[in-house]
Design a protein around this ligand. Sequence first.
Ligand SMILES: Nc1ncnc2c1ncn2[C@@H]1O[C@H](COP(=O)(O)OP(=O)(O)O)[C@@H](O)[C@H]1O
Ligand SMILES: N[C@@H](CCC(=O)OP(=O)(O)O)C(=O)O
Length: 388
Amino acid sequence: MLNPGMQRARVPLSSPPYRRLVIKVGSAVLSGKEGRRRLLAIADQVAALRGEGREVVLVSSGAVATGMARLGLTQRPRTMPGKQAAAAVGQPVLMQLWEQAFAWHDLKVAQVLLTAEDLAHRHRYLNARHTLKTLLEWGIVPVINENDTVMVEEIKFGDNDQLSALIASLVAADLLIILSDIEALFDADPRHNPQARPVRYVEKVDAEVLRMAGDDPNQVGTGGMRSKLLAAEKAQAAGIPMLLLPGTRPGVVLQALQGEPVGTFFAAGQRRYSGQKLWLSQLPKPAGEILVDAGAARALREGGASLLPAGIRGVKGSFGVGEAVRCLDPRGNLVGVGLVNYSSAEIERIMGAKTRDLEAILGYKHSDEVIHRDYFALASELAAGGFG
Ligand SMILES: Nc1ncnc2c1ncn2[C@@H]1O[C@H](COP(=O)(O)OP(=O)(O)O)[C@@H](O)[C@H]1O
Ligand SMILES: N[C@@H](CCC(=O)OP(=O)(O)O)C(=O)O
């Protein structure tokens, strides 16, 4: 949903002070001849923001692009192991650049490499949160990237735009800033449509807005504009506004926060959840699937019920206690996602059974419910780019 009256993106004057920021820097900003200069300019701005009493978490892409430069490759490797090898070469070089850039300002950096799996386990997610919180308390600038060398296609976040939105929720940021190589969101892909006009304000990321974006990235990036819109959608669902800015322009973050009209501002949405349920609704990948019967599907969808063993007809995949799984109805439609109190092996033994028989079957009982209602989010409530 656009607001045609609002021509230029301004951080609204009525906005909160934006004390905690997550700033994502795209590969396009950090690569090429100008990459080094832009990295230094971003570090200058982060240092200035820190000086104003704000906290900043950086999400930095660029490991693959930096590795390519270091290895003298002119084309992005096509295979997954090729990209991973390039990232393994590039990541330490990239961190060294951030380390040096921040050292000028007497600031220390910390490298945090995450996989989607890390955030899909509640205890690992909470560990990541504690670590980031501690780093911020110590006055350190965390620099996060996907752990490219160990991730596999099935469990990757998709790209760092998605990761940055998840991190914004994780640290309860006041604002997510995405720095790319483009002035703003345009109403059509500007590479194919020279008449495309910038959109300065987006109230809500809906189908009309998603239609504007191409999903093929620039030469070095990954997700394209579509993935930035999906990140905005995730941030909006968490009640966090997002600002898309041209990271190629020095000083642009400070200008935007002073109210200058630059980039595209995505309003904070109505926060749908907090805590556990927010995390569930944004998870990138499920650990497995539970097939439920029609009665259980109705009870979950309409009655806000917990999932009992009696309503389970099948299990797919192998998962442990506490993992997040998809629940599918008899037609294969997604009912929602939830955290299981039993492993897939246990569910295979107790599916279809009455609650009172669980102890006799297993010899113990963790709980009556396989998924408790407080740990379940309906399909209609999931963020785009999540389980869906
Ligand atoms: N509607 C649109 N508005 C702006 N940019 C778009 C649009 N559709 C596609 N793009 C392209 O998306 C690119 C940015 O995405 P990406 O390559 O993933 O960047 P990054 O490396 O910063 O993550 C821009 O360079 C632009 O060419
Ligand atoms: N982890 C990858 C990032 C890939 C990625 O999402 O890139 P981009 O679209 O430029 O944010 C790297 O460091 O190269």
